[in-house]
Design a protein around this ligand. Structure first.
Ligand SMILES: [Cu+2]
Length: 311
């Protein structure tokens, strides 16, 4: 799929990193905002699996979403209210008693600036890939009090408007037996800051991906981007290290011209989401930009970059 559109900053590594590193390349990323990019989001299989839909729409009118649901698996579909915006979502459990403004700021820091708080539970989410498009994933909601953290923004703009609205998940009274989606590809996010991907290589075409944080200490997300064959995980880590260095180096062509973007939002230890990507044969990098607030060092610099091959 080809789209003439602006680029989601969460999927646009140079822009994201420039923000995290504190400047320099923001102008460059904004200048590239009108390029044609390609993403790997797909929605051919997920809607056929029979899970009830949980729709979230976010925009200037606020967040439109159910406030009460029964426990179970849901196909969550996120949309921006109008085609002027892209939208972000994570289903979360903030610590109780936070000042609402602080809560909102901490969530923006998590979703936009990749700073994950240890006392929050991030169940998972997504970001719409392009203007006028939706994004879907499947999640199992267990009983409890959650918040839907949803935001909308113009791609590459500085402003992002986020709101948190309550979502209460009650015990299920349904007698419909649900099972987890069958996934062709499993990505484990681990405490030693790695992605473990099975099988290897991964199949191309539309497939369900199970993305699961199997650690106990760190939250992670997954940014996927297509990379040329010569770009190994070591090259990517070195490149990022260079961009973070005292005298930053500009992003290389393979980064600024990258296509094949996919994304799975922040997940705490124990969280799992199922999403669908449609990869073409070739190489893709999985990259984690998440930072623990005490260290403020993106996981990718400590090795959370994996290059996979789709065949
Ligand atoms: Cu991580």
């Amino acid at each position: 799929m080809n789209f003439t559109t602006t680029v989601d900053r969460r999927a646009f590594t140079a822009g994201t990193l420039a923000l995290a590193a504190g400047a320099l390349f923001v102008g460059k990323s904004a200048a590239q905002g009108a390029e044609t990019i390609e993403d790997v989001y797909s929605n051919a299989i997920l809607p056929t699996l029979g899970y009830p839909e949980l729709k979230v729409t976010v925009g200037p009118s606020g967040v439109v979403a159910p406030a009460n649901v029964e426990a179970g698996f849901y196909l969550v579909t996120l949309a921006a209210e109008t085609a002027e915006y892209v939208a972000y979502l994570d289903i979360v459990q903030p610590p109780t008693g936070l000042d609402p403004d602080v809560e909102k700021q901490l969530m923006l820091d998590a979703g936009r600036n990749d700073i994950a708080q240890h006392d929050w539970v991030y169940a998972g989410g997504t970001n719409t890939p392009n203007l006028g498009e939706t994004a879907s994933f499947i999640i199992e909601l267990t009983p409890g009090d959650y918040k839907i953290a949803a935001s909308y923004y113009v791609p590459n703009a500085d402003e992002e408007i986020l709101e948190l609205v309550p979502l209460t998940v009650a015990e299920s009274v349904s007698d419909v037996e649900q099972t987890e989606p069958e996934a062709a590809i499993v990505v484990e996010e681990t405490d030693d800051l790695r992605y473990l991907v099975t099988p290897g290589p991964v199949p191309s075409g539309p497939n369900v991906w199970k993305i699961t944080n199997t650690g106990e200490h760190h939250s992670h997300h997954m940014v996927m981007m297509g990379v040329p064959e010569e770009v190994t995980a070591e090259v990517i880590i070195e490149t990022f290290a260079g961009m973070f260095a005292g005298t930053p180096t500009p992003p290389p062509d393979w980064m600024t011209n990258a296509t094949g973007f996919g994304y799975a939002a922040l997940q705490s230890p124990g969280a799992t989401t199922w999403t669908e990507f449609d990869l073409k044969p070739g190489n893709y990098a999985l990259i984690c930009y998440i930072m623990d607030p005490e260290i403020m060092r993106p996981h990718m610099l400590d090795g959370m970059v994996t290059v996979i091959t789709a065949v």
